[in-house]
Design a protein around this ligand. Sequence first.
Ligand SMILES: C[C@H](N)C(=O)N[C@@H](Cc1c[nH]cn1)C(=O)O
Ligand code: ZN
Ligand code: ZN
Length: 493
Amino acid sequence: MSSPSSSALETEIFQYIDLHQSDFIKDLKEWVAVESDSVQPALRKEVIRMMALAAGKLAALGATVNSVNLGSHQLPDGQHLPLPPVILGELGKDPQNPTVCFYGHVDVQPARKEDGWKTDPYTLTEIDGNLYGRGATDNKGPVLAWINAVETFRALKLAIPVNFKFIIEGMEEAGSLGLEKLLEEEKQCFFSNVDYIVISDNLWLSKKKPALTYGTRGNACFFVEVEGGDKDLHSGTFGGIIHEPLTDLVALLDSLVDPTGHIQIPGIYDSVAALTEEERKLYESIEYDLEEHKNNSGVKKFLYSTKEEILLHLWRYPSLSIHGIEGAFHEPGIKTVIPAKVIGKFSIRQVPYMDLSVVKQQVEEHLKNVFSKRNSPNKLKVSMPLGAKPWVADINDPLYKAARRAIKTVFGEDPDFIRDGSTIPIARLFQTITQKRVIMFPIGAADAGEHSQNEKISRHNYIEGTKVFAAFFLEISKLRGQLRETSSPETNN
Ligand SMILES: C[C@H](N)C(=O)N[C@@H](Cc1c[nH]cn1)C(=O)O
Ligand SMILES: [Zn+2]
Ligand SMILES: [Zn+2]
C-alpha cells in the first residue's frame, strides 16, 4: 500500500493513467468492435456477447459479478426475444467506506458505414486525437473510463477509498426493458447499502468546458398506425379512388408541431413548471457558444437565436420529434406503390410536471380528432410503447461538490451546472424505486455525435475522464459521514 499525501497520490495516479493510455484505448477498441445494437432484433446475440465481455472485464478487476437473467420480451410481430442479462457487480465491502454504484449501458444505437460514416463504425479509429466508433461516448467509453480508474487504484496497489457497485445494462437504447422490475427486486438487497448512484451517459454543453448535469427530460414515445386494406396496391390502378393510409398518416404527423417548434396538441403545455427568476439567472451565467453548437449539429439555423431561449427549449420545455415511418417505401429509386399499413413514430421529450398518462391521453384525443375530420375508412391505432419520466437533482448535494472539486483538479476549471434535453430512462426510477440519490457526471464533449454518424470520444476526454473519476473517488472518500446524514431524494416530477 502506498500512502503519499493527497496531491502526490493524485500525481501518481494520473501518471499511471497517462502511461497506460494505449491499454485503455485497446479495451475501448475491443468493446466498440461488438455490434451491440439493442434496437435491431437480429443483433440481440451481439448485445448478449457484449454483456459477457463487460462481465469478464469486471471479474478481471476482482469484482464479484452476477449476470441477472431478465427472461425475454415480445416484439410487435409476436416474436419472443431474450433480454440481455443485467450485470450487478461489487468490489470492496469496507463498512467504513461509502458505497457508490456506477450505472452504464453497453448497448448502442444502430450504425452502418453507408449512413455516412467516414470510418467503419465498429472499428475504433483515431483521427486527429479523436476516437471514432459507435458507442465511443454513448456509453462504452465512459463505462470503461470508470473501470480504468478503478483498475488504476488496483494496479498501483492503493487502498481503494470507496466500495464500488456496478449496474451495467444492454437495453438502454430500447428503453431499459426489464430494468424497472430488477430495481424493485433488488432495492432491499443489492441497493440497500448504496449511498449514491453515478451515471456518465450524457454530454457537456461545450467542446472544452466540463459540466455536471442536474436534470434530464423524460421521453414519451408514440406509434401511430394507419391501416387500409390487407395488401399494398398499384398507384396507377388505385391512386385517386382510395383513402391512402400514408396520406392520412402524413396529415396526422403534420398536425403535431408547427414550423416554430410549438407542439399543437391541446393542453400539452398546461403542467409545465413555471420558470423562476433564480433559474433564469442560472442560465445567464452558463457559458454556451451558440455558433459552436450550430456547427456541431451541422444545421444552418436554430429555431431560437439567444442562449437563454435555446437552453430553455432544450432543457425545461417539451419538444416533439418525428423519427420515422415503418412500412413506407424508403429505398433509393421509384416504387409506385400505395402501402397498405404504415406506422408513424414520434416522441415527446417531457419536463416537470407533465404527467405521462395525461400526455398519452392528450395525444390520443388529438390524433383521433384530426383523423375523424378526414372521413377516412382506414383504421387508426395509437400506442405509447415507452414512457420515461424527467429527472432533476439537487446541485447542493455533497456529491456534486465532490465532483466539482475532482473536475477542478483534473481540468483546472469549475464545471458548468447543466440540464440535458435527452433522457436516461432509469435515472428517475433509481430515485423513486431505490430512494437513492443520483448524480450525472458526463465526460463526453458536446461534439461527440451520440446517435449520429461519426460518433467519437476524444483521446483527451477519455483519458482525462479516467483521471477525473479517479480524483472523484478520492473526493468521495473525504465525504465520509456526510453522505448518509443527508435526507433521501425528493421524488421530483
Ligand atoms: C442520453 C442517453 N445517452 C441517450 O441517448 N438516451 C436515449 C434514451 C431513450 C429515450 N427514449 C428512448 N430511448 C435518448 O435520450 O434518446
Ligand atoms: Zn446512452
Ligand atoms: Zn443513446
